[in-house]
Design a binder for this molecule. Structure first.
Ligand code: TRP
Ligand code: ZN
Length: 861
């Protein structure tokens, strides 16, 4: 929240080009916490050194702090505190600056800085939370060695954790105790963390490649201890994987993870003390779906991998955020691909990119992977910085191949260890270590927008075919004209008659237009393009439905095969929406072949037979028509359900008697089972609701129970009421499962979702203060295209009410709900006006946070 007294009237933008090195360095910091939930006292001793020849004062960031005392070299300091800055006059080149402040953790609803969650005191400092704990130059290029002492009441806070290694502990009298931790690695303050609470640990040990033993601990409230084994297994697998694949060992004797229920993001990579949203730690068969298990492994790996890509080498400034996030997402994607089905993992990652990043890149909040300016940096933890950033690293990996890519990362880690680096440093290490010129490739960091590639294959006869490529990067805010991007395209040609692969190559398409010539073709070729999704672009090809059906049955690249089926369904749906009478024939033929191909992994089949999401279909229309999209998609689902009813029944029966096992095969069987159930429901099979209810009742795992519930909740079946009530009764005390109960209703395809969601917002278990619960109801609802875009505009008003209410408590969470309203240009004038009216209502509200102000004002521009 903006402090009315301190804040400028219109928040100002920070620009990348204004970067200057820090005026003062802080090589050492000693922190002394006197911890309490109502009030904590923080004494901080900084060793400061003037950086360069200047006479500017020491300016420390300080937000929502009560300043008790400030001294310089032991004497009262000459200082002022205004506009969230503590300015201290210093005459010498170096000094010892001590501050004593008070903070109020329990009143901290923003969940930034030191706060309380379920009785645990914990911290979140990225990006700019440390300034809410103690005055400090809160910027990632100031690296310090930390020594931390915590004193707290022993009964409430028997466990005291911080970064690095535990040094000493003891009794402080009066029922209080203390502990001291020391982190030998200099780090920026955003990686500082402490935790105090009544916690128990799942303990284990990992021996690194060079033989050093690391004590591992996953800390939770006692009742949750049994749900930490999966996270522990993922942690050990991550540690091993980073040694094997990147040659990176862990560097401390201790690695701790703490799970908390109230958290703004997924998790945080604090040095030696990761803090997690409990949804990315806690899992067992009864309460977590396979998707939850996968996400836990992915996030545990992500935060662990940050120890090198983020902590040992950090970011010079927040414009470089993708240096750590894009690279680390790429690393966690590779890890998950290696641990399970690489093909399904790629499908999931691309689906995510298209669901979140492509719309961002096409809307008012579009920004480059390395942004040029921001008002509130928290708003830039985006799909573009994370997911598109990962695609940039993946393209370099594709261009270099695994060995040269590894030579590049080796050089990067060696050259910049202990530094605060830039995206440019990474690219240069790739060039020098990998032996490649990435000159124009840098445009991927600076230009926003998703490139569109037009691809037409001309068959000239005489064994020759010519692929005509043309690209266009659409204008984005502040970037009206673009340069062409170097686009790595994995291509293949298949013989139309034989089905044989005639040619396969990697082409770097780096101009506005380019021709690729293929010779020696014995038959007419069919084009497979952007295989493995080798570049984050939209491909518009002139391939016919028959050619897509051919690829859907024959392409030997699993992603391309999936993609052909999706494109076939998309083309079918769009022409149905545009022209009325749908022809489902080619889609049904393709699905028939996929279902008949016994060589395929069931997990892959389950993904391949599902139509694209409503939002994805809408993204391909000039103006989104939510009802028409829903109608066409449901009609296709009914057709697929009826055509293959026998096969869905067989697939369902074949997978029904399995005992729960978290393995790629087990996951594949469960996925197929719920997909088959969905199609039996769509087909209107009279026994389908009873099958769903039996699955719901008998399930020995959450994937099956939740799958059955989702199918029922989107149907008219009377059973849906009983299932929802039973689910609530069974899980009402488990917050993470109750979140699913909220989401499943918000994501239903029924016509009464809006009423249901409004009622759920008044449910006693709904709360604005827990970000998971907020997203479970409000975030899920805003992602339900048909329901959110109800022609009445009630969905828009509901979302705006929620944004305003949450903004008073937690601006970061509020700001993340704004983008769905910002998509108003994609809708008809009536809807667009209603969406805009809500954005205008928000921006006119008094005491708006700068988080929400930035997102809303940019959405209206
Ligand atoms: N660095 C975290 C990650 O692993 C992101 C993060 C955690 C974060 N907590 C946050 C970002 C709070 C902004 C605000 O990706
Ligand atoms: Zn991260």
């Amino acid at each position: 929240m903006l402090d009315a007294q301190n804040a400028p009237a219109v928040p100002t933008a920070i620009r990348r080009e204004d970067y200057r090195p820090p005026d003062w360095l802080v090589p050492e910091i000693v922190l002394d916490f006197d911890l309490g939930a109502e009030r904590s006292r923080v004494r901080s001793t900084l060793r400061v050194e003037r950086n360069g020849d200047h006479d500017r004062p020491l300016v420390l960031d300080a937000e929502a702090l009560t300043i008790v005392a400030v001294t310089v070299d032991g004497s009262p300091a000459d200082y002022s505190y205004a506009g969230d800055l503590l300015t201290i006059q210093l005459s010498a080149a170096a000094a010892t600056v001590e501050t004593l402040v008070e903070i109020a953790p329990r009143a901290n609803t923003q969940l930034m800085g030191l706060y309380e969650s379920g009785g645990i005191l914990c911290t979140q400092c990225e990006a700019q939370g440390f300034r809410r704990i103690t005055p400090f130059p809160d910027r990632p290029d100031v690296l310090s060695r930390y020594r931390v002492r915590m004193t707290a009441p022993k009964a409430d806070y028997p466990i005291l954790l911080s970064n690095g290694d535990p040094i000493d502990a003891g009794d402080a009298g009066d029922g209080r105790h203390w502990a001291e931790w020391h982190d030998p690695f200099p780090k920026p303050c955003y990686l500082f963390a402490l935790v105090a609470g009544d916690l128990v640990a799942n303990r284990d040990r990992f021996v690194t490649a060079s033989g050093r033993a690391v004590d591992l601990g996953i800390w939770v409230r006692e009742p949750d201890l049994a749900k930490t084994d999966h996270a522990m297994a993922a942690l050990k697998a991550s540690m091993k994987w980073d040694e094997d694949v990147y040659g990176r060992e862990y560097d401390l004797a201790v690695f701790n993870i703490v799970a908390v229920a109230d958290f703004n993001f997924g998790a945080m990579e604090n040095k030696g003390l990761n803090i997690f949203n409990s949804r990315y730690i806690l899992a067992d068969a009864e309460t977590a779906t396979d998707a939850d298990f996968d996400a836990i492994a992915g996030v545990v790996a992500h935060e662990y991998f940050h120890n090198w890509s983020g902590n040992r080498i950090t970011c010079r400034d927040w414009f470089q955020l993708s240096l750590k996030e894009g690279f680390t997402v790429f690393r966690d994607q590779q890890f998950s691909a290696d641990m399970g089905s690489a093909a399904v993992k790629r499908i999931e990652d691309v689906r995510m990119l298209r669901a979140a990043q492509f719309p961002e890149d096409a809307g008012p909040l579009a920004h480059p992977v390395r942004p040029e300016s921001y008002i509130e940096i928290s708003n830039f933890y985006t799909a573009t910085v994370y997911s598109k950033g990962a695609e940039l690293i993946r393209m370099m990996h594709t261009l270099l191949g695994p060995e040269r890519f590894r030579a590049g990362t080796d050089l990067y880690f060696e050259r910049h260890d202990g530094e605060a680096a830039t995206c440019e440093d990474f690219v240069r290490a790739m060039e020098e270590g990998g032996g490649i010129d990435l000159g124009d490739f840098r445009r991927w960091y600076s230009q926003a927008g998703t490139p569109r590639v037009r691809a037409q294959l001309g068959h000239a006869g005489e064994g020759r075919a010519v692929l005509h490529l043309a690209q266009e990067v659409p204008p984005t805010p502040g970037q009206p004209a673009k340069q062409p991007m170097p686009i790595p395209l994995k291509l293949a040609l298949f013989g139309e008659t034989s089905g044989a692969k005639l040619d396969e190559r990697l082409v770097v398409f780096d101009g506005e237009a380019q021709e690729v010539v293929f010779d020696g073709l014995a038959e007419r070729p069919v084009l497979s393009i952007n295989r493995d999704f080798s570049a984050p672009v939209v491909v518009e090809s002139d391939r016919t439905l028959a050619e897509l059906a051919f690829l859907s049955a024959r392409d030997d690249n699993p992603f391309a095969r999936y993609e052909a089926t999706q494109q076939l369904m998309l083309d079918t749906l769009l022409s149905a929406i545009a022209g009325g009478q749908p022809d489902h024939g080619p889609v049904l033929d393709a699905i028939r072949e996929t279902l008949a191909d016994t060589s395929l992994d069931p997990a892959f089949v389950a993904e391949a037979v599902l139509p694209p999401s409503e939002a994805f279909i809408g993204d391909h229309m000039a103006i989104v028509d939510p009802e028409a999209v829903r109608g066409a998609r449901e009609a296709l689902r009914v057709a697929i359900g009826r055509e293959f009813e026998g096969q869905w029944r067989d697939a369902y029966a074949a997978s029904s008697a399995n005992r729960f096992e978290y393995s790629p095969a087990g996951k594949g069987r469960r996925r197929m089972r719920t997909v088959a159930l969905g199609y039996l429901m769509a087909a209107g099979a009279s026994d389908a609701p009873a099958l769903a209810m039996r699955q719901f009742d008998d399930a020995d795992n959450m994937t099956d129970r939740h799958g059955a519930l989702a199918a029922l909740v989107s149907s008219d079946a009377a059973e849906r009421h009983g299932a929802l009530a039973a689910f609530y009764d069974r899980y009402r005390d488990d917050a993470l499962v109750l979140d699913k109960w909220f989401s499943v209703q918000a994501l239903s395809t029924r016509d009464d979702v809006l009423d249901a969601v409004e009622a759920l917002a008044a449910h006693p278990d709904f709360t604005l203060s827990n970000p998971n619960r907020m997203r479970a109801l409000v975030g899920a609802f805003a992602a339900n295209q048909r329901a959110f875009h109800d022609p009445s505009g009630r969905g828009y008003a509901f979302l705006a009410d929620m944004i305003l209410a949450v903004d008073r408590l937690n601006p970061q969470t509020a700001a993340r709900l704004v983008p769905p309203l910002g998509r108003w240009r994609r809708f008809d004038p009536v809807r667009a006006d209603r969406m805009k009216a809500q954005l205008e209502r928000i921006v006119a509200s008094p005491q708006l946070s700068k988080d929400v102000f930035e997102q809303v004002s940019k959405s209206l521009a």
